[in-house]
Write a protein that binds this ligand. Structure first.
Ligand SMILES: NC(=O)c1ccc[n+]([C@@H]2O[C@H](COP(=O)([O-])OP(=O)(O)OC[C@H]3O[C@@H](n4cnc5c(N)ncnc54)[C@H](OP(=O)(O)O)[C@@H]3O)[C@@H](O)[C@H]2O)c1
Length: 263
């Protein structure tokens, strides 16, 4: 029996794809549902499916479509009835692929698309999947021995340190920074609402470090080699944080090394 059921939203590439790999490995033995916009062109995910035909399911979901999110939640409700872990991994830096360096580059379209993908999408995922997470078996995280503090599910919102308002010393990257700050506020609100009932869901924001993926590609040459993590390395760190989560740690923003980041 799979140890738990995990949904990786944005599983086609980068960090999301490596979460799928690690959760499918014998270490976790999870049932993994990976979502992405175009399963046919997600070749790495399809290869993973060949290796784990029973463990991995791939579903089409564009996180900017409320209808897609709602329909996918219905499919999961029918097939599984509950969920233990939701990782919202999908995001975009900016439709141009590069963050704005000054106000001159800010556009309504860029800001709207970043917010739709990075903030509104993950919050809608929480809206439609929290009923399933509230029925989870608490298969991930560090379960508390105190029954009143036991959790059923976990929501991980993949955030970014540049979304920390108190850490912002450089400015720029308006759309991405704003979308991640707002995502962090969503994490906080969710942790309160989903932490007060008899059944509970832990909600955290995580910063993965600077990771060698398509999203950060334009900036790789500026990052010292030892500070540019492979997706495997980052996901190993992030999974160690997820393994340590309990209700005392909900509603917070953690960096890859486990330290708490200020909002
Ligand atoms: N890489 C870094 O250095 C870094 C640093 C800090 C935070 N993060 C965060 O870590 C998370 C993962 O980033 P990454 O580096 O792995 O990025 P990535 O390799 O560029 O992957 C982005 C993922 O988001 C998906 N996506 C984009 N728009 C979508 C939409 N509308 N609907 C559904 N999926 C969509 C992509 O799917 P498609 O294949 O369909 O395009 C892809 O799976 C993001 O939240 C990012 O902000 C990354």
């Amino acid at each position: 029996m799979a140890r738990g059921i995990a949904l990786i939203q944005g599983g086609s590439r980068g960090i999301g794809l490596h979460f799928c790999k690690l959760l499918l490995s014998s270490r976790y033995g999870a049932k993994v549902i990976a979502t992405c916009r175009d399963p046919q062109s997600a070749t790495d995910l399809q290869t993973l499916k060949e290796q784990h035909p029973d463990g991995l399911s791939i579903l089409r979901l564009d996180v900017t479509s409320q209808r897609d999110v709602q329909d996918t939640a219905q499919v999961l409700a029918q097939h599984y009835g509950s969920l233990d872990l939701l990782i919202n991994s999908s995001a975009m830096l900016h439709p141009t692929g590069k963050g704005e360096t000054s106000l001159r580059e800010v556009s309504a379209e860029g800001l709207s698309l970043a917010l739709a993908t990075n903030t509104i999408g993950p919050l809608l995922m929480a809206k439609y999947f929290s009923p399933l997470l509230l029925k989870g078996r608490g298969a991930f995280g560090a379960q508390s021995s105190d029954r009143s503090k036991q959790h059923n599910g976990i929501i991980v919102n993949m955030s970014a340190k540049v979304g920390s308002i108190s850490d912002n010393g450089l400015g720029g990257w308006y759309s991405y920074r704003i979308s991640k700050s707002a995502l962090n506020m969503a994490t906080k609100c969710l942790s309160i609402e989903l932490g007060r009932g008899k059944n509970k869901v832990i909600c955290v924001s995580l910063h993965p470090g600077t990771v060698e993926t398509d999203l950060s590609r334009p900036y790789h040459k500026n990052v010292p080699k030892e500070k540019l993590f492979s997706p495997e390395r980052s996901v190993t760190y992030l999974m160690a944080i997820i393994d340590s989560l309990n209700m005392d740690r909900t509603g917070r923003f953690y960096s890859w090394n486990g330290t708490e980041l200020q909002w």
